[in-house]
Design a binder for this molecule. Structure first.
Ligand SMILES: O=C(O)CCC(=O)C(=O)O
Ligand SMILES: [Fe+2]
Length: 321
C-alpha cells in the first residue's frame, strides 16, 4: 500500500490506525468494522463467507470422525479421552482444504494486514482443547513480527458446558512473548510443549492487567479471527459427553521470514526457520526479508557473539602462556 508509512506492521496494528484513516479508504463498512475490532480488541467475529458451509461442515465431520478414538454415536460417552486433534487434514479432506483456502477470507486478511495472506496449517478438533491462555506467536511467527493470524471456525453451536474457545480482550497489545523477554535460550532447546516456558509469564500478565477470559459461545458457521499476539485458549469442559467441533486455520503473510520463536534467539540471529507451504495453491513460501531470500546458511552471526568469541580465544591464549 503506497500511502502506508509503516508497512512493517500489520495495517490493523499500525501505530497510526484510526477508523477514518486513509489506510482504510478502500474498505467496505463491514470490513472497517472488522478492522476496528481487530485493532481495539485483537479479534473479530464474522459469519464464515461460504454459501456451502453447512454441507461442508457435516460432510467433513463424517469424514474426520473415524480418525479419533471417540464414540460419537453414544450421546453419554466421555469424549475427552484419546486423540482429539488432527493437524493438516487439508491434505486428505477437501472440505478442510476449501475452508482454509476460502478466497473471501484471503481477500479480507490481505486487506486487514496490508499484505497477501496464505494459509499454512489446519487443526481440527472434535472436542475442546482445555488449553491454558497462550498466544500462537511462540509456535509460529514472522519477521517483521505480527504477520500471522488464526481463523477459528465453529463446526457446531457451542454452549458454555462444552469448553468453548476463550480469548483475553486487548492482550494483543501486550509485549510479544519471547525467550529474550523471559531470560531463556531457545535455539537448540528441547521442549515437550513449546508453550511450557511462557505459562507463568502469561499468567502474571493476566493478573497484572486484572483481565478475564471471555468465552466465545459461537453459533455453527461463525468464525473468530485472532491477531498473532492475542491470548486465547480452551475453557474447562464441564460436560465431558459433549463434542465441540472446530477448525483452526493459521495464516502467514507474504514477504516475511517464518520461524518458531520458542526455538530461536532472535537477538543473536539464531532462528529456527520454517519450511512453509501455502495450502491454497500448494506453493512453497521462501523466507523473504524485503524481497530478499533468506535461509539458515545466510543467518549472520551476531556482532556480540563474534566479539565474545574473540575475547574467549584471547583469554584461553593468555592462560596457556
Ligand atoms: O480451540 C481451542 O481451544 C484453541 C485452539 C488453539 O489455541 C489454536 O489452534 O491455536
Ligand atoms: Fe492457539
Amino acid at each position: 500500500m503506497s500511502n502506508n508509512l509503516f508497512p512493517g506492521v500489520p495495517l490493523i496494528e499500525s501505530p497510526v490506525f484510526s477508523y477514518d484513516c486513509a489506510l482504510l479508504s478502500d474498505f467496505s463498512v463491514q470490513e472497517r468494522a472488522v478492522a476496528l475490532d481487530m485493532h481495539e480488541n485483537g479479534f473479530a467475529v464474522i459469519d464464515f463467507p461460504d454459501p456451502d458451509i453447512e454441507v461442508r461442515i457435516e460432510r467433513m465431520k463424517r469424514n474426520l470422525a473415524a480418525h479419533f478414538d471417540i464414540d460419537f454415536e453414544d450421546s453419554r460417552s466421555d469424549k475427552t479421552h484419546g486423540s482429539r486433534r488432527i493437524q493438516d487434514a487439508w491434505r486428505f479432506d477437501e472440505d478442510v482444504h476449501a475452508i482454509a483456502a476460502n478466497s473471501a477470507i484471503l481477500n479480507l486478511l490481505g486487506k486487514l494486514y496490508g499484505r497477501p495472506a496464505f494459509p499454512f496449517q489446519t487443526l481440527n478438533f472434535p472436542v475442546g482443547t482445555q488449553q491454558r491462555a497462550h498466544s500462537d506467536s511462540v509456535h509460529f511467527s514472522s519477521l517483521p513480527e505480527r504477520f500471522m493470524c488464526g481463523v477459528w471456525l465453529a463446526l457446531e453451536d457451542i454452549p458454555a458446558e462444552a469448553g468453548p474457545l476463550f480469548y483475553v480482550r486487548g492482550s494483543h497489545r501486550w509485549p510479544i512473548m519471547s525467550n529474550a523477554l523471559i531470560g531463556r535460550r531457545g535455539y537448540g532447546s528441547d521442549l515437550s510443549s513449546a508453550q511450557d516456558p511462557y505459562g507463568p509469564a502469561w499468567e502474571a500478565l493476566c493478573k497484572a492487567h486484572d483481565v478475564r477470559e471471555e468465552p466465545f459461545l459461537a453459533r455453527k458457521g461463525q468464525a473468530l479471527i485472532w491477531c498473532a499476539n492475542l491470548l486465547h485458549g480452551g475453557s474447562a469442559q464441564k460436560d465431558p459427553t459433549l463434542t465441540r467441533w472446530s477448525q483452526v486455520t493459521h495464516y502467514f503473510f507474504e514477504d516475511c521470514i517464518y520461524y518458531t520463536p520458542a526455538f530461536s534467539d532472535e537477538a543473536i540471529g539464531k532462528l529456527a526457520l520454517r519450511d512453509v507451504v501455502a495450502i491454497h495453491d500448494g506453493m512453497p513460501k521462501p523466507n523473504l526479508y524485503q524481497g530478499e531470500e533468506m535461509n539458515s546458511a545466510h543467518t549472520p552471526p551476531a556482532r556480540d557473539s563474534l566479539i565474545a568469541g574473540i575475547i574467549k580465544r584471547f583469554l584461553t591464549q593468555i592462560r596457556k602462556n
